[in-house]
Design a binder for this molecule. Sequence first.
Ligand SMILES: C[S@@+](CC[C@H](N)C(=O)[O-])C[C@H]1O[C@@H](n2cnc3c(N)ncnc32)[C@H](O)[C@@H]1O
Length: 413
Amino acid sequence: GSTHNPKSQCPSSPPPSLKPHHLLSSFCLLPNPPSLVETISSSSHIDISPWTHPPICELTNDRGGQYCTYTNSHHGHRGWSIVTTPTRAADVASWFLDLPLPVNGDSKKKKWEVVEIPGKGKGVVARERIEQWEELIVDYATLVVDVGFTVEVDALRGYKLLHKAVEQMGDGGTGVMELGKSSEYAQDVVEDVLRTNAFSTRVGEGDFMAVYPTVSVILSSLNARHVISNKADKNQNSAYTRFVQESLQVSIAASKTILPGEEITISYLTLGKTSSERAHLLKRWGFTCSCPLCTSSPEEIAASDHRRKEIAKLQDHAIRAFQANKPYQALRLTRQILPLLPKEELFPLESEQLENMSRIYWVLNDMENAERYAKESLEVLARQGYIKSVEGWMVRRMWERFEEEEGPRGVRY
Ligand SMILES: C[S@@+](CC[C@H](N)C(=O)[O-])C[C@H]1O[C@@H](n2cnc3c(N)ncnc32)[C@H](O)[C@@H]1O
């Protein structure tokens, strides 16, 4: 199965290896997450901490379960609310209690500002030079909604919970309500904000949509790639997102040097999509893409699409080969993926592929190569800022994870 407890993936979190992955990756803030203590699910005596408001609930359409709005109006810059099941809320609450509360305002001087950008609404622009891999924004989720809720609870009752979630925040909901709205599918204003601004992420065992108010102002350039030309730099998103699942925190880091006055952009879409997939997914935001990749020549677009399809195909085949106990074939396929990634600027996928190499060698009990690739993968993560430095225990943790997922090493072949 592909359900994964992110906590078991520490310390190198990007997507679970050799399994179909989601790009929105995470890393572990706490090497040893606190154990889960159910606080809310026992309905006889409801302890509402760490929430500042009693939960408000609605039954699911089949009447078999419920979803509730939980709010802590002090946490982060304007408080946050989560709409989920009582069990999942209890899970979140248990580790949430142990997290240091983010303080209002930033100690570091901001190197960016929010400005109005003609034709694009608000956007974020650099005020000072920002170095490659530098972290420039740290933001906390303010509205978190269980994906299950959107299908299991009737729309009208659902909107009630969403509106409560927003109104109960520290600022009365103004921060969330001021965010961009652009979805032609939304029936309700909070739904529109969600559709326009939310990231999908995993929290514990569940899939969620999460709104990060500062990150929400950043524009998209659809992870364009370098067109092989002198304009190369203009075609790259200047920044990327790093999720910290345990604290519902996200940080934005520079993927290249950003000069004063330059727009800061991130990809709104899972990386690696082809042009037609991007056009389809982009409908959610209701703007026409004018980024350099979208407006480059048909030949250039076709060449990029071809490479992206090739990457996806190789990944798929590598997974199948590995699962079919054909490790050498899986190695060969994975090796072919690596050089294609920089051409499409899919650098966040690099560490995953290196970890896959390590995993295959580990299963083959070739520990020299397993260790070499494990370290390379961690070095990439460190360079990209997902971890601070490469340490011995991280490699050992990787072996533990491989053993958990693949069984004891060296017995299969
Ligand atoms: C997450 S919000 C970004 C902030 C938004 N501009 C605002 O004023 O709140 C997404 C919306 O920004 C606009 N947007 C983002 N990237 C854009 C781009 N590359 N070109 C035009 N509009 C863009 C679209 O209206 C989109 O629905």
